[in-house]
Design a protein around this ligand. Structure first.
Ligand SMILES: [Mg+2]
Length: 305
């Protein structure tokens, strides 16, 4: 069954198979919030794609280094590698190597040219980056219901956490950011990056396994100490993404029921057919998060209707 619901004048939601969606909603409600987890992409999913008519910035290109030469060098890398990322003639294994190369060189330039923790704060304060309306309410609801949220990104964890801090003005004990994480020395200078590099082509695999190293700095959070195992037991998933590849974020999990929500931000006509088949619910035209908030409220509610 096909259904298109128009929400107001600007945003549209498309549900390709509403019977299947209803079944999934019922199954997740039966399991309750104790079996649910949310896995979300960051750029273009939690954040707006357009801000005042301009493209919102990604978490990687928000960072401005003091020496502009290094910003230029990173921009040159972007100009070289970004077309390769979307080149259909390059085999996947070769492309994966190229992406590792790109991320490796970019991280090396950040270390070589210098980044400070203060610099990160200033970069975020000046950045053109904003959450979709309703994201704060969604995170608050999920925290209240004890539902963990994994934000999985090929960008920079430190930036994402700073954006949360500056734009939402609070932290959430149920939110974990799995992304490239900076290590600062005692003077607040970037020294290295922690663990495995997460780039566009491997962020689609085993989010939960990559989340494992988080253990060592979240022992203080009650009930999430054995995080990875606790997450593996939460076999119902609400997944949020803006690329077909984001669907792979739940690959490491043997899930029972997954509801996938897609945001198709750009070139809607080109990708509509593909996206509407891939996602259970699809939002068009840079929609707000209010629809997802309503869905999550319903999924977590114990009322019988
Ligand atoms: Mg994205």
């Amino acid at each position: 069954m096909e259904q298109i619901v128009v929400n107001g004048s600007e945003s549209q939601v498309v549900v390709d198979d509403s019977n299947l969606l209803q079944k999934k909603i019922s199954a997740i409600r039966v399991g309750g919030p104790g079996k649910l987890q949310v896995i979300a992409d960051f750029d273009g999913t939690l954040t707006k794609y357009w801000i005042d008519g301009c493209r919102g910035q990604g978490s990687h290109n928000v960072v401005q280094q003091e020496d502009p030469e290094f910003n230029d060098k990173r921009q040159k890398l972007y100009e070289y590698y970004h077309p390769l990322e979307f080149d259909p003639t390059i085999p996947l294994d070769e492309k994966t190597k190229l992406m590792e190369e790109w991320w490796g060189k970019t991280h090396a330039l950040l270390i070589e040219g210098g980044v400070t923790y203060n610099g990160i704060q200033n970069s975020v304060a000046k950045a053109r980056i904003a959450f979709r309306d309703g994201v704060t309410e969604l995170l608050e609801l999920l925290e209240e219901k004890g539902v963990p949220v994994l934000i999985f990104s090929a960008g920079l964890a430190d930036i994402i956490e700073e954006v949360l801090k500056q734009k939402v003005h609070r932290s959430f004990k149920n939110v974990r950011v799995v992304s490239n994480r900076m290590v600062f020395d005692e003077n607040g200078h970037l020294q290295s990056f922690k663990g495995k590099t997460i780039h566009v082509l491997n962020k689609n695999e085993h989010a939960l396994d990559m989340a494992a190293p988080l253990h060592d700095h979240c022992d203080d959070v009650k009930g999430l100490g054995d995080e990875k195992y606790a997450l593996k037991k939460r076999t119902n998933v609400l997944l949020l993404g803006d690329h077909i590849g984001d669907l792979g974020m739940s690959n490491g999990l043997d899930y029972e029921t997954r509801i996938s929500v897609g945001f198709l931000n750009d070139r809607v006509e080109d990708s509509l057919e593909c996206y509407r088949k891939a996602f259970d619910i699809l939002y068009l035209n840079d929609a707000s998060m209010h629809g997802v908030l309503k869905l999550a409220t319903h999924l977590c509610s114990t009322e019988s209707d």
